[in-house]
Structure formats: structure tokens, C-alpha cells
Design a protein around this ligand. Structure first.
Ligand SMILES: Cc1ncc(COP(=O)(O)O)c(C=O)c1O
Length: 459
């Protein structure tokens, strides 16, 4: 069923309409309302085919850190494009090796060996192969509300239900348990309060692991900060307790930092703020600087064990480790470190969260503002006392923001905001003003006549 199309409030949209009609004829794709057909971008701004401008608070698809078309990345891309784009994957390239070295150097000891992939889903599948190989076990445990990708094995680890899983039946991986309660202090799953709770959610999770697995757990998967499940920042001590839980079960801890690393949350690697190191780290999205790169990274010991057991390690595929992608990713990582972008993200985050906190003070429907650095969620509720989730209102706010030139994301009742690290405080202020206008419009019932705000398998 198609969503009701309504014209955008701003200026003419003749070309957008024409492209939409063409798209509808053959392109299977997710759509959020209002539908936009982008044409060009620069820095933190995008323009659509009708010339409308958008301030980009979602940084591409959460996969840019230095904004669109950063001049130094364009230079790296064009230099590499004139030398070598692609190659037969039974060999490698100088640029691919140089990027892998830089990545390993920037990580703490114990995360020394990496298997490149093309996506975050594939990185998590490689992590499963590594864990299966290194432990000899089959069971995988993950966090309820977590997301680890959309290929079938990691869709099994994902516990966001609804349209994305519908109809897949037994195609999802059976040997898994979404058994760890989310560290969602705003809505504590066991109705306790931090810190007096002593992170009891993980004691309950321990029991759930006992009851739902064979007791032979290969790995526990978690996002360091949960993205799609609601931008959930774990409380202090949660990650180290999760690590102890994994150790208790003889399982490896896999941290999925596909959405949150590098630099975005205020440290180069997000787990560095939370007091525990994973046995396997998975990356995707922004690590490629907009190019399609993911990685599963682990210790020499784990990789040697996995290689010895024949679980398909090392893993490769046609587009893995492309020189063109590696050239951009390498230059981006150099810039992030050279210019101290992790610290900049932390400073910008403090400012931004304070500004969004003012909206929380002013509006009863802004229930919670949380995040780290340039990775922030705003939870929309009917009122602060009941905390009733108000997903339709969130969708209206998101819609109105976009209609007024601010691109923000959202799922469920949580607005998701991840500006590029090159953004200025003035641009953050500009975004906050548009967001405030969008909240006001939504409270007045705008937009009228839209029943569904998204289309496709992704809510
Ligand atoms: C935490 C997390 N892991 C894995 C993935 C999957 O990455 P990809 O879409 O590149 O396969 C995503 C995608 O949004 C994600 O948010």
C-alpha cells in the first residue's frame, strides 16, 4: 500500500514529483515521508532536485564524519581513482594494507587482526564465524532491542520485530537467544533505578541465558550504545559487567560499533568510554568515510584459533578491501586523529545536549534527551509523567523538521540525530530552532492527511 502523498510546504516540487513517479516504476527502496530526491551536497548541507536545501543531521546514512565531499577525501578518492580501483580479491593492494595498519595502530592491544567486509551486517557475520571457530560453540546471545544487520544470521541476532522479520519464518538463525535486557534506564526493564539497582538487569539476563541457551555460548553481541533500539546509552559499569557475564559463560564479547565509531561519540572507539574492551569489534558505516567498508577486528589468538577450525576465516567477497574505499577511509582516519575530532565531538555533544535539554524543559512531549558526542536521541512521549511512547508525534516532528529544511532520523518514538563532526555550534543552534518549530507544528496537528510516514520493511 502506498502512503498518501502530500505536497511539501516549501516552494515548488515539480521535479521531485516527476522523479518519484519514475522511481515507483522500478526501484524497490525504503521511503520516509516526505519523499526527497537528493541531487547534491556539501559539508553539512544537501540539496534536492528542486533546489531545496537541507541541514543534514543524519550525516549521509550515519556514515559520514567529515560531512559531504570533504576536500581532502575527494582528493584521496581522485588520486586513487587514477591509480587503481578494484582488483582480484585473492590478492590485495598497498592502500588496503596501509589502511589496515592504521586502523590496528589506532586500536588498543588485543584488537590487532582484522577481516575487512563491505557492510556492517557482513562484519557481524564474520564475527560469528570467528566466535564459532574460536570457541567451537554455536549459541549466540544478543541484547533485546539490539540491531546487528539484515542478512539472515544477524537478522536472528537483531531483536527489533515488525515488518523487517515478517514472513521470514525458519530462515532466521535458530541457535540464538535475544536474552540480555537492554540497559534502558529511562524505561528500566525491571523497574529499578540506577545506581541503586546495581545493574540487576544483567543478573536477570544471566538467568535468561541459562534458560534459553544450551549453556555453550559462543559469543554475546551488544551495541556499545544501542542505535535503532532507541539511542540507549548504558549506565556506568554496565559494559564491564556484561564482559564479566560473557567470561562467566566462556563466551566472547562482540561489540558492534557499526553506528557509533570512530570518533563520533567523543572517543576514537566508543567502548573506550565505557570501561571494557571487546574480544571482537565490528565496524561499518562511518569507518569508510562514506565508502562501503566494514571490519571484524580481534586478537591474533582468536583469529588463529578460528583459522585453524575451518569456519570460513578469513572471509572475503567481491568488493572487500577495495583500494578506492581504503584510500578514502585511510585519509579520513588520519584526519580524525590529526585534528582531534573525537575531542571535538565530545565538546560539540556537551553543547548540543544542553541546547536540546532546553527543549525538554519547554515541552511536555520531550521525555528524554540522551547521547554522547554527535550521537543523540530525543524520546517523544505523550507526557513526562506517564512516559507513554508517542511514535505518531515523533513522526510528525520528523516530517515537519524535514519540510522546514532539517534532516533528522527516527524510529519508534525516538528522534535520532547524528550531525557530522565538522558542524559548528551556530549550525547546531539552527537545527535546534527548526526542531522547535517542528515540535510546535506537530503539536498543532501538522501535517494533516498523512496516515503513514514510512514505507517498506524498515519502521
Ligand atoms: C548497530 C548496527 N549494526 C549493524 C548494522 C548493519 O550494517 P549494514 O547496513 O552496513 O549492513 C547496522 C545498520 O544500521 C547497525 O546500526
Amino acid at each position: 500500500m502506498r502512503v498518501t502523498e502530500i505536497p511539501l510546504a516549501r516552494v515548488k516540487d515539480a521535479l521531485t514529483r516527476r522523479y518519484r513517479e519514475r522511481e515507483d516504476k522500478q526501484l524497490l527502496a525504503w521511503h520516509h515521508q516526505p519523499r526527497i530526491i537528493f541531487k547534491k551536497a556539501r559539508g553539512v548541507r544537501l540539496w534536492d532536485v528542486d533546489g531545496r536545501e537541507y541541514l543534514d543531521f543524519v550525516s549521509g546514512h550515519i556514515n559520514l564524519l567529515l560531512g559531504h565531499n570533504h576536500p581532502e577525501l575527494v582528493q584521496a578518492l581522485t588520486e586513487q581513482a587514477s591509480k587503481l580501483w578494484t582488483h582480484y580479491k585473492y590478492y590485495t593492494t598497498d592502500t588496503t594494507i596501509e589502511f589496515s595498519e592504521l586502523l590496528a595502530e589506532s586500536l588498543p592491544q588485543g584488537l590487532d587482526v582484522l577481516n575487512f567486509t563491505t557492510t556492517g551486517s557482513e562484519a557481524n557475520e564474520v564475527a560469528m564465524r570467528l566466535a564459532r571457530g574460536a570457541t567451537g560453540r554455536f549459541d549466540f546471545v544478543s541484547v533485546i532491542q539490539g540491531l546487528h544487520g539484515g542478512t539472515f544470521a544477524v537478522e536472528g541476532l537483531t531483536s527489533i520485530g515488525g515488518p523487517r522479520k515478517r514472513g521470514l519464518g525458519p530462515m532466521l538463525m535458530p541457535a540464538r537467544a535475544n536474552a540480555v535486557l537492554a540497559p534502558y534506564c529511562y524505561r528500566c526493564p525491571i523497574n529499578l533505578r540506577f545506581p541503586s539497582c546495581n545493574i540487576a538487569c544483567l543478573d536477570v539476563s544471566d538467568e535468561m541465558i541459562e534458560r534459553t541457551t544450551t549453556g555453550e555460548v559462543a559469543a554475546i553481541f551488544a551495541e556499545t550504545i544501542m542505535g535503532s533500539g532507541g539511542m540507549v546509552v548504558p549506565p556506568e559499569g554496565w559494559l564491564s559487567k556484561l564482559k564479566r557475564l560473557a567470561e562467566k559463560w566462556g563466551a566472547l564479547l562482540v561489540l558492534d560499533e557499526v553506528q557509533v565509531s570512530p570518533a563520533k561519540t567523543g572517543s576514537l572507539w566508543c567502548f573506550q568510554q565505557f570501561g571494557a574492551q571487546p574480544d571482537i569489534l565490528t565496524l561499518g558505516k562511518a569507518v569508510g568515510g562514506g565508502m562501503s567498508i566494514g571490519a571484524a577486528i580481534t586478537s591474533v589468538e582468536i583469529s588463529d584459533q578460528a583459522k585453524a577450525t575451518g569456519c570460513g576465516i578469513p572471509w572475503g567477497s567481491t568488493f572487500v578491501g577495495e583500494a578506492l574505499d581504503a584510500a578514502v577511509a585511510k585519509r579520513q582516519l588520519e584526519i580524525l586523529v590529526r585534528d582531534g575530532y573525537a575531542q571535538k565531538a565530545a565538546q560539540l555533544g556537551n553543547y548540543f545536549i544542553k541546547r536540546l535539554g532546553e527543549l525538554k524543559e519547554r515541552y511536555e512531549v520531550v521525555g528524554d534527551v540522551r547521547g554522547r558526542g554527535m550521537y543523540v536521541g530525543v524520546e517523544i512521549v505523550s507526557d513526562k509523567s506517564t512516559k507513554a511512547r508517542n511514535a505518531p508525534l515523533m513522526q510528525r516532528i520528523r516530517y515537519n523538521a524535514i519540510d522546514n529544511g532539517l534532516l533528522v532520523g527516527g524510529s519508534g518514538n525516538v528522534l535520532k540525530i547524528f550531525p557530522a563532526l565538522i558542524i559548528t555550534e551556530a549550525e547546531l543552534d539552527e537545527g535546534v530552532s527548526i526542531l522547535e518549530k517542528a515540535i510546535g507544528l506537530a503539536l498543532d496537528g501538522h501535517p494533516q492527511g498523512v496516515e503513514r510516514f514510512s514505507e517498506g520493511s524498515h519502521p
